[in-house]
Design a protein around this ligand. Structure first.
Ligand SMILES: Nc1ncnc2c1ncn2[C@@H]1O[C@H](COP(=O)(O)OP(=O)(O)OP(=O)(O)O)[C@@H](O)[C@H]1O
Length: 345
């Protein structure tokens, strides 16, 4: 079946309420000299309508690959090898192609990618790019779009009119990042994916931007996914938290519960590695070892075992299942064994 003859998956009147998202069995591989290797494998993640979900993990854990998959935007040498991303009102975006996919991005799914500081067109003003974006998505009231953009930029502490008149080189990294966030929100999409939205910002501006992300999320009734390596960022904005390691989600649950009582040894290690502002700075203990790369992720068993203080024999051969306990989900043999002992006692 060609793209043209495929049934239209995008409904003519999109739902304007916060959509639920169900990522099921998602695997993405990248072609390397050693063959196709998985960057994420068997990811299951639900985004609850109206909530902010944070995804954290060290560099290379697969966060950006997951974010790109939500827009079916994984580029060669990568490809989605298995799984689905069901978005209310859109269906499975993994199956969307061509024009349907282009319309879904921007209008239904607002996004700012990690390289947002560098993703603007250097030859056009921000305002011109805003109008291009609006036209390409069939926005009829372009004046209203510009008003909305100015309002969002103003809220983020910038002179909206001046920014719209500027070229990329006239803006600092932090300003470009905020322009990226404005572009993600301006079309009024109800699913928003923000990949490292605040990395180029100083602490004060970061706090302001996180507050605005939260405010806009609540005002508009969005479903939001925030990708970050910074636990402080998720603690600040996310209702739910998913922790990634070696292309797997090893723990997920309500942010307060996960941060207040981490169960997976990796989450515990991440939290222990944060230096405290008060008390003994030496208390912060870096996680020993390094995260795996595409080539070194174990093919069987638990992906975290090399760095795990709770490693058992079974971890070498059997990949732990993600087991739900109420809203908490953990994939760890040691946690399972401890829970089984507790039930017996
Ligand atoms: N285009 C590519 N070609 C080959 N491998 C890739 C490509 N993009 C990502 N990878 C690999 O896939 C794995 C996951 O990368 P990804 O960028 O999704 O992780 P991340 O958690 O977002 O990391 P970071 O925080 O550094 O961006 C890494 O091992 C990375 O090297």
């Amino acid at each position: 079946m060609t793209v043209e003859t495929m049934p239209k998956a995008v409904p003519p009147v999109p739902s304007k309420t916060a959509p639920g998202v169900r990522v099921g069995g998602l695997s993405v591989v990248y072609k390397t000299s050693a063959g196709e290797l998985p960057a994420i494998a068997g990811i299951n993640l639900d985004l609850v309508p109206g909530t902010i979900t944070g995804v954290v993990g060290e560099s290379g854990s697969g966060k950006s690959t997951l974010a790109l998959s939500l827009l079916n935007a994984v580029q060669p040498p990568g490809r989605i090898a298995a799984g689905s991303v069901e978005i209310d009102g859109l269906g499975d975006v993994v199956a969307l192609r061509g024009e349907d996919l282009r319309k879904a991005r921007g209008r239904h799914i607002g996004y700012v990618f990690q390289a947002a500081q560098n993703s603007l067109n250097p030859l056009k003003t921000v305002g011109k790019q805003l109008l291009d974006l609006g036209r390409s998505h069939g926005v009829s009231d372009l004046r209203a779009l510009v008003r909305e953009a100015k309002e969002l930029l103003g809220r983020m502490g910038m002179d909206g009119a001046r920014v719209l008149d500027s070229h990329q080189h006239e803006l600092s990294g932090g300003m470009r990042q905020r322009v990226g966030i404005m572009l993600a929100l301006v079309l009024n999409a109800h699913l928003v994916v923000l990949d490292e939205p605040t990395t180029a910002l100083d602490m004060i501006t970061q706090a302001t931007i996180l507050r605005i992300i939260r405010e806009v999320h609540e005002e508009r009734g969005l479903t939001t996914l925030v990708i970050t390596h910074d636990l402080g960022v998720v603690a600040e904005v996310a209702d739910r938290l998913a922790v990634m390691y070696g292309g797997r989600i090893v723990e997920q649950g309500p942010t307060r519960e996960v941060l207040g009582g981490p169960r997976h040894p990796y989450t515990r290690g991440l939290l222990r590695a944060i230096p405290r502002l008060v008390g003994d700075i030496d208390e912060a203990r870096a996680l020993p070892g390094r995260p795996p790369t595409l080539g070194t992720v174990p093919r069987e068993g638990c992906v975290f075992r090399e760095r795990c203080p709770l490693r058992m024999d079974v971890c070498d051969t059997v990949e732990p299942l993600a087991i739900a306990d109420g809203p908490r989900i953990v994939a760890c043999h040691a946690v399972d064994a401890a829970a089984a002992k507790e039930t017996k006692a």
